[in-house]
Design a protein around this ligand. Structure first.
Ligand code: PLP
Length: 398
């Protein structure tokens, strides 16, 4: 088998238009979002207007990171000290971290083998915890049945905040991910769908909520210089009652992001071609389960997952190293200890330990990889063929 030689962490270069916009900001010297010349609208404010239009929402706030956006969303929603907040048992560290950072207590909900929420377990945990809030992590881009989920949350008066770090641009029945609850939280960190190194975007249609979030983000009394903010009447008491948790976005990063929004839908089509090429290869491999993507889901295939149910820990490790020896970097969610960006709930020891047998069984056989756009569709077929080759050798038994 011919080894693959691509780099799984190499993103595409920043486009010339974004570089030119960044150079303009640097030449002007006004990098802080509130440092504007007379009559000038800052790049950060323009980004907020651009992203609000893309997302189809009233209000948008640019901030320091995706994790930061989730943290202030929870606070602006009214989450109080020690209160339970529901979230997926399968997610990444910034999600329980944001809940803990807001002083609240994550309550982990089991997942299905399609990597979506187990709605039966969710209902059980709503009842047992009495939670008023859910931070839904649309982990690795897999959308839970949003119609059933929103009906269930509404029935129990649970407020929904969506972590859309992996679903910027995704849809469910034509509606954009992030627009199903009170707020959507997005990341523009290098490995997500827009790349400014670090960065976060928070969206909502609720003016009270967004006024609090804007003041939390460190707006001082300059909230009128935002690009997609509620009218100033919403700030009259909020600005006096809300702490400043400085976490603003600067104009340099905003300038880099704005041209990328224009290219986002085209990139989504490119990701999906690559995802479907991998999916097609692995769908043929005996013993492998590729998560089902429902018809309602408009996917963004920026990463790929497959399950090899029943695989032993030793065999899983052998598969990872066999794939690596052929140049394919797999992440395995069953590992005892956290590696790089990959961790599981047992590693978040600041949480109360939870029994999540269904999730644990799924994670024990779950493999994951990024699909950077520097890979061609042919590269993805090659990667799929390598994985198929490794998996068919049949030595990875439970
Ligand atoms: C990346 C990520 C975030 C936000 O990350 P930041 O690094 O804080 O921008 C949130 N949720 C998930 C699932 C992520 O992967």
């Amino acid at each position: 088998m011919r080894p693959f030689t691509g780099n799984f962490t190499q993103q595409e270069p920043i486009g010339d238009d974004a570089i030119a916009a960044a150079v303009d900001v640097l030449k002007g010297g006004r990098l802080h979002r509130y440092n504007t010349a007379s009559g000038e609208v800052s790049q950060a404010a323009l980004l907020e207007a651009d992203y609000a239009a893309y997302q189809g929402v009233e209000y948008c706030l640019a901030c320091a990171s995706g994790g930061y956006a989730m943290g202030i969303a929870l606070r602006a929603a009214g989450v109080t000290q020690g209160e339970p907040v529901l979230t997926n048992a399968f997610t990444l560290a910034p999600v329980p971290g944001a809940i803990a950072g807001a002083g609240a207590r994550p309550v982990l909900v089991e997942i299905t083998r399609d990597l979506t929420l187990d709605l039966g377990d969710l209902e059980k945990k709503i009842r047992s915890s009495g939670a008023r809030f859910m931070l839904l992590s649309n982990m690795r881009g897999h959308l839970t049945d949003m119609d059933t989920l929103t009906a269930l949350l509404e029935h129990h008066s649970v407020t929904l905040i969506e972590d859309c770090a992996h679903t910027m641009g995704s849809t469910w029945s034509g509606r954009r991910s992030g627009n199903f609850g009170l707020a959507g939280c997005f990341s523009t960190q290098t490995y997500k769908h827009l790349n400014s190194g670090e960065g976060g975007i928070l969206t909502s249609d609720d003016p009270q909520f967004m006024a609090r979030a804007i003041v939390l983000s460190g707006s001082y009394m300059l909230y009128e210089r935002h690009g997609a903010a509620p009218p100033s009447q919403y700030f009259s008491t909020v600005r006096l009652e809300t702490p400043n948790l400085s976490g603003r976005m600067d104009n340099l990063r905003a300038a880099i992001l704005r041209p990328q929004i224009t290219g986002l839908d085209a990139n989504i089509a490119r990701w999906n071609e690559r995802y479907r090429a991998l999916e097609e290869q692995l769908a043929q491999t005996p013993g492998v389960y590729v998560p089902h993507r429902p018809d309602q889901e408009g996917i963004v295939g920026s990463s790929f997952q497959f399950l090899f149910p029943g695989v032993s820990a030793q065999s899983a490790q052998t598969l990872v190293s066999d794939a690596l020896s052929l140049g394919v970097e797999l992440k395995w969610f069953g590992a005892e200890r956290p590696v790089g960006f990959t961790s599981r709930h047992q590693s978040w020891q600041y949480l109360e330990p939870a029994q999540l047998p269904q999730t644990d069984e799924i994670l024990a056989g779950l493999f994951d990889m990024r699909i950077p756009l520097t890979f061609s569709v042919a590269d993805c077929r090659h990667i799929g063929a390598i994985l198929d080759h490794c998996l068919r050798r049949g030595s990875y038994v439970a």
